[in-house]
Design a protein around this ligand. Structure first.
Ligand code: ADP
Length: 429
């Protein structure tokens, strides 16, 4: 079979196909251009926002229209910033390590469970096996109730200081421990070896006790002789001879100082045994106020504001030394027309006794030191008011044996307020 057609038909079909292919190609190109345009737009937007964020992170603000170079510039800035931060951090760390290792005090960093996470070299001076400390419970490492109390208190967010003998060491070491909470959790314990200071302090106490003891007999003989001479009127006159009078006055003062030093030595040595008993506070205070009034020969207005049914469990001798010392000081250091008020009240498990006067008061710079031995706020050259500067130290020591304390503040507009705080029932009754 022979089929025949004209070539012009074939060429027409080929031309149609070519046209179709051309149109399809152009259309495809157009779609491609649109899609790539949209894709580029989105990519550029993402890059811009990334560059912006990175640049903000790198804290530089130099965006140009070239996103890729912005990005690389921002990465450069970040790198520079990070290098600077790392350098300053490592400098800080070096400084911290130098200080930590240069400290003579043993330092322990603890986590919030009280386990040791870091120590310094000085720990080796206190403990036999300092390398085995990391990871262990600090209370077990040091031992004793004092450190347990300090750590519990610090983990709860507080801080505290205590002195105790270190049982964890074979040597006889006395330490002063301070444990404080860290803001980031856990706490830091700093242990200072105070064995030498403690030994010297003990020697000083022993020396003072021995000297006072040795002086007591000769001074009491001088005192007795001076009294006899004064009583017998050895000076043949109704008025005592000034020398006799001075001898008697000074012997009396020396006797007082010695007996106060001996009282302090007994308290320091823990030799004072308390005899706790239920006391009626108002009658105790009234008795002391009367005794002070009689002894001072100065008529003073002393008001007592104490509830008649207020009871306290305390050592009678210690309480009487405390009350009479504070009241006699209020009489001694104020003028004749000054007012003195003695208040006492119960606050939960505590009894608060306040002695307030409107005399000259005590300057704030003396407030912290006034309970130290021999500290006087009046000039020692002022002979008109006698005193040893030991009274308040004895008061503070007597309060310590009864788990109490004393504070001083200024009264308004003038005067002093001594506040004595004592547990109402120290034996848990
Ligand atoms: P003393 O009275 O023997 O000097 P104290 O220890 O009792 O020793 O008192 C210490 C110092 O405190 C006194 O020397 C005095 O300067 C000051 N002082 C105590 N009580 C008062 C008071 N109520 N008003 C002013 N000063 C006082």
């Amino acid at each position: 079979i022979r089929v025949q057609t004209s070539l012009s038909n074939v060429e027409q079909i080929i031309n149609k196909i070519r046209l179709f292919l051309l149109i399809a190609g152009l259309w495809g190109l157009g779609v491609l251009i649109v899609i790539s345009g949209v894709a580029t737009h989105f990519l550029t937007r993402t890059l811009r926002s990334l560059a912006k964020r990175v640049s903000r992170f790198g804290s530089k603000n130099s965006l140009s229209h070239d996103e890729i170079s912005d990005l690389s510039l921002s990465f450069d800035n970040i790198k520079k910033d990070l290098t600077e931060t790392l350098t300053s951090l490592s400098r800080e760390r070096d400084r911290f390590e130098t200080v930590l290792e240069g400290m003579v005090e043993a330092v322990f960093a603890l986590d919030d469970q009280g386990r040791v996470t870091l120590v310094n070299q000085a720990v080796a001076e206190l403990l036999e096996e300092p390398d085995l400390v990391i990871g262990r419970n600090f209370k077990d490492v040091i031992g004793g109730p004092e450190i347990a109390e300090l750590v519990d208190n610090a983990i709860a967010g507080g801080e505290g200081t205590k002195q105790f003998d270190l049982t964890a060491s074979p040597k006889k070491i006395r330490v002063l421990a301070r444990v404080s909470a860290l803001k980031s959790g856990g706490c830091v314990a700093v242990l200072h070896d105070i064995s030498d200071i403690h030994r010297l302090e003990e020697m000083r106490r022993e020396f003072v006790a021995n000297v006072s003891h040795e002086l007591r007999t000769p001074v009491s003989v001088i005192m007795a002789n001076a009294e006899t001479l004064l009583d017998e009127g050895a000076c043949d006159s109704t008025k005592p001879h000034p020398l006799m009078d001075a001898l008697h006055r000074n012997a009396k003062r020396l006797t007082e100082t010695i007996s106060e030093l001996l009282a302090l030595s007994r308290l320091d040595a823990g030799a004072y045994i308390t005899d706790m008993q239920m006391l009626h506070l108002e009658s105790e205070i009234v008795n002391h106020v009367e005794a002070v009034r009689l002894a001072s020969k100065r008529t003073k207005q002393i008001n007592i504001e104490v509830s008649p049914d207020l009871q306290i469990v305390a050592d009678k001798h210690a309480l009487s030394r405390i009350i009479s010392n504070i009241i006699s000081n209020a009489v001694k250091y104020t003028s004749f027309d000054s007012d003195i008020v003695v208040r006492a009240q119960r606050q939960k498990d505590l009894v608060i006794i306040e002695v307030e006067d409107n005399g000259p008061g005590i300057a704030p710079q003396h407030h912290e030191l006034i309970f130290d031995r021999f500290h006087r706020a009046v000039k020692s050259s002022d002979q008109t008011i006698g005193g040893t500067g030991l009274g308040l130290a004895i008061v503070s020591s007597y309060l310590e044996v009864m788990n109490g304390h004393i504070t001083l503040k200024s009264a308004k507009p003038k005067g002093a307020i001594f506040t004595i705080v004592l547990p109402a029932f120290p034996m848990g009754k």
